[in-house]
Design a protein around this ligand. Structure first.
Ligand code: FUB
Length: 356
C-alpha cells in the first residue's frame, strides 16, 4: 500500500546527493553524510518498534503527517493511524501492509497516536499505543489481531491505570510480560506527580535540578495482555556510584522512549534523553531494575527527537531509530536501521548516525 505524499521530492530539493563507495549518500546541508538511509520514503515514519515474529522482521512505527499545528505540547505530532512494515532480512525489501489501526476505530481516543509497540502471546498479536483521550490526557490502549500486520481491533477503553506515552512490552521466555511507559514534557509524565492528572501543572520541570529525576514506569501485564496486574512502579536509574539520576542531569536522565531487552542474563533498559538527543542505556538484574547507567547507544541524529528499538536477528543485534533526513522537519521523520555491537563485557558500542 502506498500513500500519495512524496517526502522524497522534499528530500531532493533540500539535500545534496553524492556517491561514495558506489552507494548513493545524501548529505545534510552542512555536508555531513548519513550512515544509513530511510527504510521507506513513500510515507513519513517514526518511533520504530521492531520485532521478529516467525522469522520475519515486523516494524510498528508511528505514521507522521503533515500539519500546520505546532506548540510545546507536541500537537504537531498529529498521527491518525498505524501501518505495519515488514522485511525478511536487514537490507531486504520493506513491505508496507497498509493501515492496521485507525484513530476513528479507537472508541476512547481523540487524537495523537504516538509511539506504539507490539507483542505476541498465545496465538494473538497485541498492538499497544498511546493517544490523548477526550479530556486531552495521554493514556495507553491495546488492540488485538490474529495477524502481526493487523487489522487490530481496539479494546473499548484504555488500559486501566495507564497514562503518559511510549509503551514498550518486554517478554521473558516464560511469556511473563512487562510494560514500560512514560515520557516527560509533552508526554505528560510530570503531570502525574500527585498520583492524579494535574491539568494546571503543565510546566516542563516540576522537580528542582537536585531532586531525583522523574523516570519511566513499569508494570507486569496479566496473562490476558490487556491489563496491568499491579500498580505501575518507578524504573530506578542509578549513576555509577549507585545514586539515582537527578533532574538536572539532562545528559543521562530518562525522557521518553523506553526499550528493554535481555542479553547474557542482564536486563538492558534503553531510552531517549530527549532534549540532549541521545539514546542511552542502563543495565540491571531484574526487569524491575534498578538499572545502572552505562552509556550512549546512539549519538544525536538530525531532528529533535529520536526513538529506537533493538532486535536480535540471525545472530546479530540491530538498532532501529529515526531522523528527519527526508523532510528536515522535526515532526516528519523517517525510520532507519543500523547494526549494533554488544561487546563481550556487555557494553554497547555507540552507533553514530553520520559517517565520520
Ligand atoms: O512520535 C511522537 C513522540 O515523539 C513519541 O511518542 C516520542 O517517543 C517521540 O519520538
Amino acid at each position: 500500500m502506498k500513500t500519495s505524499s512524496s517526502p522524497y521530492l522534499t528530500l531532493l530539493a533540500a539535500m545534496v546527493i553524492t556517491t561514495i563507495n558506489g552507494y548513493a549518500q545524501t548529505a545534510q546541508p552542512d555536508g555531513k553524510k548519513y550512515a544509513q538511509q530511510p527504510l521507506v520514503s513513500h510515507i513519513y515514519t517514526a518511533d520504530p518498534s521492531a520485532h521478529v515474529f516467525n522469522g520475519r522482521i515486523y516494524i510498528y512505527p508511528s505514521h507522521d503527517v503533515v500539519t500546520d499545528k505546532s506548540n510545546a505540547n507536541g500537537d504537531h505530532f498529529d498521527m491518525r493511524d498505524y501501518r505495519v512494515l515488514s522485511m525478511d532480512s536487514i537490507g531486504g525489501k520493506v513491505e508496507d501492509h497498509g493501515v492496521a489501526l485507525n484513530l476513528s476505530d479507537v472508541p476512547w481516543a481523540e487524537r495523537q497516536l504516538w509511539a506504539p509497540d507490539a507483542a505476541y502471546r498465545n496465538g494473538k498479536y497485541y498492538l499497544y499505543f498511546p493517544a490523548k483521550d477526550k479530556a486531552g490526557i495521554f493514556r495507553i490502549g491495546v488492540a488485538v489481531s490474529k495477524s502481526p500486520v493487523g487489522p487490530f481491533i481496539a479494546q473499548p477503553n484504555s488500559i486501566k491505570n495507564s497514562y503518559s506515552i511510549d509503551p514498550c512490552v518486554f517478554q521473558e521466555d516464560s511469556g511473563e510480560s512487562y510494560m514500560y511507559f512514560g515520557g516527560i514534557w509533552g508526554g505528560q509524565l510530570q503531570q502525574w506527580e500527585k498520583g492524579v492528572f494535574d491539568q494546571e501543572e503543565n510546566r516542563k520541570e516540576v522537580r528542582t535540578a537536585d531532586q531525583v529525576a522523574i523516570t519511566a514506569k513499569v508494570a507486569r501485564l496479566k496473562p490476558s495482555m490487556l491489563e496491568f496486574s499491579e500498580e505501575p512502579k518507578d524504573v530506578v536509574l542509578l549513576d555509577s556510584l549507585g545514586k539515582p539520576l537527578l533532574t538536572g542531569d539532562h545528559e543521562k536522565r530518562f525522557f521518553e522512549g523506553a526499550w528493554v531487552f535481555k542479553h547474557q542474563n542482564k536486563y538492558y533498559f534503553t531510552y531517549s534523553t530527549g532534549n540532549t538527543h541521545k539514546i542511552s542505556y542502563a543495565i540491571g538484574d531484574s526487569p524491575y531494575g534498578p538499572f545502572t547507567y552505562k552509556g550512549v547507544v546512539l549519538s544525536p541524529v538530525q531532528g529533535w527527537t529520536t526513538h529506537h528499538s533493538i532486535i536480535h536477528f540471525k545472530g546479530s543485534f540491530y538498532l532501529f531509530y529515526h531522523d528527519t533526513q527526508l523532510s528536515g522537519k522535526s515532526h516528519l521523520r523517517n525510520i532507519k536501521v543500523a547494526p549494533l555491537k554488544i561487546l563481550d563485557n556487555g557494553s554497547i558500542e555507540t552507533v553514530h548516525p553520520f559517517v565520520p
